[in-house]
Design a protein around this ligand. Structure first.
Ligand code: AHR
Length: 522
């Protein structure tokens, strides 16, 4: 992004517009061109993740005997909150939990299911919530299920049989078992993860890239024999530590598995560890660098082969998570990862989603980790729930789904939060609906101190003189929610009739804010 040189013309254009700021402010330019389409925004960018971890499943989405639960044990208040989030795809059962899980433990009459040690998180797993409960839950939520197999301590045969149990229409033993357990028709599970974070030494059954690729190749072959229509997500890099060869991991995985997989996963958790707001919101540089590197690796794996299988990125774990991570390590020992989110974390949701939308041609799935209680936007106790600060941007972005991502020109004042390269204060993504010619402009102002006036214009048809504004802002970056006090950080909305000049208008993005402008192209 180039630094925008203030000029007389810009100052003239700002005058009289509702967002007008004085001349000493540093102006920005945003130019929309509806012909510059990056790619379709896959609805699966608004996915989520539920793991057997802490109170995500038990006491979160599922609480047998609770007055708040329905006949299935599903918490009705939680279901309603999830529907407000617009979750499109739901990953399960882990996470680290998946690498020690045997799906056969979680089917059949609940009272006969074995309780087992969960050695990923040091808990007791009752297995009262299993495959059929999860798939029924996805139906209730209206989300695609995404199952992750055990590529840690599990076997190829277990994976193959899991696909058969879920998807077999015929009269095999496993299809009959599914029928006996209450589901006559195949569940038709389309998305299957071939393991979780197998590159991480913390993972049960951690493997080197070659060993993982050998396992995954055989698993993919066997799972596809059970149902050739399934789509497979390979375990990509999650370990970005200074000593990790994450690029090498992905290279091997893509090279060995390119004929079998449809996605490669990426995971990223971030935190404001040194209490530096602007640096915290600069992590999009790393996120986008990683996406660009993996995109290049995918191209390298496919180059020269016109029939090569399309492969995309599934960013299937992402979030802010650091307060409940002990000494930077996974807290094996069970605080339940119950992060209490604040206002700046809510802004980070916009940063992540802007990055995914800007790479909508290659990032085709993203799953916030996680949905309820465990590093989550929804927080329950036995009496009810409250919505964490991060809930609101997630819900709002999800409403834009189905549109095209636009390559918007942004010239904004820049900053250098560390010794790395400079980046724009305004972090922008845009989506567009060609049928209605509506443009959504998602703008994060990551300046802690300065409002930033911008001139917004279109080079592909004039913008109409009316717009809607959705804004998330708060004077206290650390403002949080809790039970009985969850209205502190809430979005505001307003209609806005900009003074149009030269096909554009001026708008000032307040310091530390996330704004979504809904605009109309004539
Ligand atoms: O989401 C919490 C944990 O983070 C998941 O179990 C694991 O995959 C990741 O390391």
């Amino acid at each position: 992004m180039k630094r925008f040189a203030p000029c007389l013309l810009a100052l003239v254009l700002f005058q009289g517009s509702p967002g007008f700021l004085l001349a000493q402010s540093r102006p920005a330019t945003i130019k929309i061109d509806s012909d510059r389409v990056i790619g379709e925004v896959d609805p699966h960018l608004f996915g989520n993740f539920t793991e057997h971890l802490g109170r995500c499943i038990y006491g979160g989405i599922f609480e047998e005997g609770s007055p708040l639960a329905d006949e299935n044990g599903f918490r009705k208040d939680v279901l309603q909150a999830i529907q407000g989030l617009g979750v499109t795809v739901l990953r399960w059962p882990g996470g680290n939990f998946a690498s020690g899980y045997n799906w056969m433990d979680g089917i059949g009459p609940r009272d006969q299911r074995p309780a087992r040690r969960d050695d990923a998180w040091g808990a007791l797993e009752s297995n009262r919530f299993g495959t059929d409960e999860f798939l029924k839950y996805c139906e209730r939520v209206g989300a695609e299920p995404y199952l992750c197999i055990n590529a840690g301590l599990g076997s190829v045969d277990e994976a193959r049989k899991w696909v058969e149990y879920c998807n077999e229409p015929g009269n095999t033993y496993l299809a009959q078992l599914r029928r006996k357990n209450g589901h006559d028709k195949p569940w038709g599970v389309k998305y299957w993860g071939v393991g979780n974070e197998i590159d991480g030494p913390w993972q049960l059954g951690h493997k080197n890239a070659e060993d993982y690729a050998k396992f995954a190749l055989e698993a993919a072959k066997a799972m596809r024999r059970a149902d050739e229509s399934i789509l497979l997500i390979a375990s990509g890099s999650s370990n970005f530590g200074p000593d990790s060869d994450w690029v090498g991991w992905n290279r091997t995985v893509l090279d060995r598995l390119k004929t079998e997989i449809d996605y490669i996963s990426l995971h990223t958790y971030i935190g404001n560890r040194d209490n530096n707001f602007e640096k915290f919101l600069a992590v999009s540089r790393d996120i986008e660098d990683r996406i660009a590197v993996v995109e290049g690796q995918i191209k390298a794996a496919r180059v020269g082969n016109p029939d090569a299988r399309p492969i995309h990125i599934a960013f299937d774990e992402w979030n802010v998570w650091y307060r409940t991570m002990v000494s930077g390590e996974y807290n094996i020992g069970r605080t339940g990862l119950e992060e209490q989110y604040n206002f700046e974390d809510a802004l980070a949701m916009g940063m992540f989603l802007n990055a995914f939308i800007r790479h909508a041609d290659v990032v085709k799935m993203a799953n916030l980790a996680q949905l309820v209680n465990v590093i989550a936007p929804i927080f329950t106790n036995k009496q009810g729930l409250f919505l964490q600060t991060i809930y609101f941007p997630l819900a709002e972005y999800a409403k834009q789904r189905g549109y095209q991502s636009l390559d918007v020109l942004v010239q904004s004042p820049e900053y250098k939060p560390d010794s790395g390269r400079a980046l724009s204060y305004l972090d922008v993504s845009s989506t567009y609906d060609p049928k209605t010619r509506k443009v959504f402009l998602n703008v994060l102002n990551r300046s802690e101190k300065e409002d930033i006036p911008a001139q917004i214009g279109s080079v592909s048809g004039a913008l109409s003189g009316s717009a809607n504004v959705w804004e998330l802002n708060h004077s206290d970056l650390k403002a949080t929610h809790t039970f009985g006090n969850d209205k502190v950080v809430r979005p505001t909305t307003k209609a806005f009739n900009p003074a149009m000049r030269e096909k554009g208008f001026g708008y000032t993005f307040p310091k530390h804010s996330l704004t979504i402008l809904t605009l109309q192209l004539n």
